[in-house]
Design a protein around this ligand. Structure first.
Ligand SMILES: Cc1cc2nc3c(=O)[nH]c(=O)nc-3n(C[C@H](O)[C@H](O)[C@H](O)COP(=O)(O)O)c2cc1C
Length: 214
């Protein structure tokens, strides 16, 4: 197990790792990932997050059927007709599409899933998301630090009711992400992003960001 410590390096290299080996992952490592998750900020520290760890192949397969259908009906056609995002070459985008397709076929073969959920009364809001996605990101970073691959996925939400029924979620609990986790087949590498200058302004919208030197 490789464990690296520089948080900036970990952030720079926490990519969606979609090709995973089916080999088991020790429970102790999953526990460390979950512990990192619950360190995250959350509204009022109410900690309404709930995490379902799924290893049962039948459950994963039932959800994968909806994940696959969402690819066939929505995501696949979208990838086929869209241009590469900022900072991503056409070649890299093509490889991303291939990896997305790979994960679609092998979703259920990831040895462990963590399903990030919230117990909430009303409809989901930006505040709900803001109280669960920091935990999700902490878990992605923790997995990376432990040498494990993971991907933030939300595609099952295109068939939310069906996928959540397959997961056996009780009323009042909503899922926000499924993280398939396993030992990566490939290597970790830098994320591809556009330049900072194109997304940061200073004082007035559209005015270039001008940090002081030094
Ligand atoms: C809200 C959200 C939903 C996502 N859903 C999926 C998904 O369902 N399947 C998938 O393969 N990747 C999913 N991703 C991963 C993104 O595709 C990935 O972060 C993006 O392409 C950048 O790639 P990188 O993180 O490897 O640099 C999702 C990411 C976010 C933030």
């Amino acid at each position: 197990m490789s464990e690296s410590g520089d948080v900036f390096e970990i952030m720079r290299t926490t990519r969606a790792m979609r090709r995973l080996k089916p080999d088991p992952v020790p429970d102790a490592l999953i526990r460390r990932i979950l512990e990192a998750g619950i360190c995250a900020p959350n509204g009022g520290n109410l900690q309404r997050w709930r995490f379902l760890v799924v290893k049962d192949t039948a459950i994963k397969k039932a959800v994968q059927a909806w994940y696959r259908r969402a690819y066939d009906e929505v995501i696949g056609p979208r990838y086929a007709s869209s241009a590469p995002p900022p900072g991503v070459s056409a070649e890299r985008y093509r490889r991303q599409h291939e990896a997305v397709e790979y994960l679609t076929d092998h979703f259920h073969e990831a040895p462990v899933w963590i399903v990030a959920c919230l117990e909430e009364d009303g409809p989901p809001t930006r505040w709900s998301g803001a109280s669960i996605y920091p935990a999700v990101q902490n878990m992605l970073l923790a997995a990376r630090a432990l040498g494990l691959g993971a991907t933030l996925t939300t595609r099952h939400l295109l068939f939310e009711k069906e996928a959540e029924a397959a997961l056996g979620l009780p009323p009042g609990v909503r899922s926000y992400a499924i993280l398939p986790i396993g030992w990566p087949m490939g290597r970790f590498g830098p994320v591809g992003r556009g330049p900072l200058e194109e997304v940061v302004y200073q004082d007035r919208w559209g005015q270039p960001y001008a940090p002081a030197e030094g």
